[in-house]
Design a protein around this ligand. Structure first.
Ligand SMILES: *[C@@H]1O[C@H](CO)[C@@H](O)[C@H](O)[C@H]1NC(C)=O
Ligand SMILES: *[C@@H]1O[C@H](CO)[C@@H](O)[C@H](O)[C@H]1NC(C)=O
Ligand SMILES: *[C@@H]1O[C@H](CO)[C@@H](O)[C@H](O)[C@H]1NC(C)=O
Length: 303
């Protein structure tokens, strides 16, 4: 009996050791940040383009501009299942990102940033201050922000959003119309793409032509995801130029984390776009997880 128990104990010890080694290997694998032309999960972009909109004529409708964006812009914490970006907001903006996707939890007038149940250690005021600060330094630029409620279900964030705008920025920072502006009309401004009920605060998110097939259950579903992306990009290229198009290249599921999907979709996007580089094209807003600076440049250069 005694021998048996000892053998059992040492087998358990071996298993523990093996697990410790495995965890060590996994930790090393996760810690190794990657910077490729299409995918970047390091802390900062390889290069910046802080005022690329300066070269776009004032008279051009915003719907004719091709714009890089980030999906779940502020999702930095919670592990691989919930993390979608690795560059802080200011770095994203400096790298050329002009579309932000922001999710707020509403509790007693407070708006905190969440991805699903995971608190992202920031509140909406910090996002507004970051955008306002960037636009003050770069008045030729425009930022679009999809804003929606997440985790809470009050269905009533309008009043809180207005209060945050007054407290952390200023009313004139916003484009106050449902209509698609020209670039000249919105330089230095934030366009809220309102994904919530209430009076008009900016443009209605629902008025855009959107492809957001974000459910990628496993990595075996990548081809279907990619089809949705390239079909919508070609629709944007051929479609009505007075409509804003928005394509999400991001996706995730329990067996396909955002970074795993981005590592496989971003290179296809990069190749698709590089095959079409040269003449100006309108692809609309192209939104990604973990984009890299050369991919952003590729998108910007279609203007
Ligand atoms: C920024 O983008 C503009 C517009 O595409 C381009 O002309 C310019 O060369 C870019 N600058 C940098 C530093 O990449
Ligand atoms: C709202 O935010 C303030 C400031 O961050 C904090 O002191 C307060 O406890 C929050 N209230 C709620 C209900 O979360
Ligand atoms: C494009 O859309 C606008 C606004 O919805 C509409 O007035 C116009 O007729 C459309 N143009 C074409 C060519 O379909």
């Amino acid at each position: 009996m005694g021998t048996h128990r000892r053998a059992g104990a040492s087998a358990a010890g071996m298993l523990l050791m093996e697990m410790a080694v495995l965890v060590g290997v996994l930790a090393v694998t996760c810690a190794g940040a990657i910077q490729r032309p299409d995918y970047d999960d390091t802390g900062a972009p390889e290069f910046l383009n802080q005022s690329w909109m300066a070269s776009i004529p004032d008279s051009r409708p915003l719907s004719e501009v091709t714009i890089p964006g980030t999906h779940n812009t502020m999702a930095f914490y919670g592990g691989a299942l919930t993390e979608c970006q690795s560059w802080p907001l200011e770095q994203q903006l400096r790298a050329g990102v002009r579309f932000l996707d922001v999710r707020v939890r509403h509790a007693k007038g407070n708006l905190t940033i969440h991805h699903g149940v995971v608190y992202q250690r920031a509140h909406f005021g910090q996002v507004l201050e970051g955008v306002a600060g960037f636009l003050r330094e770069h008045p030729s630029e425009t930022v679009l922000m999809r804003l929606k409620e997440e985790l809470s279900e009050t269905g009533d964030i309008y009043g809180a959003v207005v209060e945050y705008v007054h407290r952390h920025a200023h009313w004139d920072l916003l484009w106050h119309s449902r209509l698609v502006p020209t670039v000249g009309q919105v330089r230095g401004k934030l366009i809220v793409l309102q994904d919530f009920a209430g009076p008009d605060l900016g443009m209605r998110y629902g008025s855009l032509d959107i492809a957001d097939d974000w459910k990628v259950p496993t990595l075996l579903h990548l081809s279907k995801k990619w089809r949705s992306v390239h079909e919508h990009l070609s629709m944007a290229d051929a479609g009505n130029r007075s409509h804003l198009f928005l394509t999400f290249a991001s996706g995730a599921g329990i067996f396909a984390y955002p970074n795993a999907v981005a590592k496989r979709i971003n290179p296809r996007l990069y190749k698709y776009l590089s095959n079409r580089a040269g003449p100006a094209k309108r692809f609309g807003i192209v939104t990604m997880d973990f984009p890299a600076a050369p991919l952003l440049k590729m998108i910007i250069d279609f203007n």
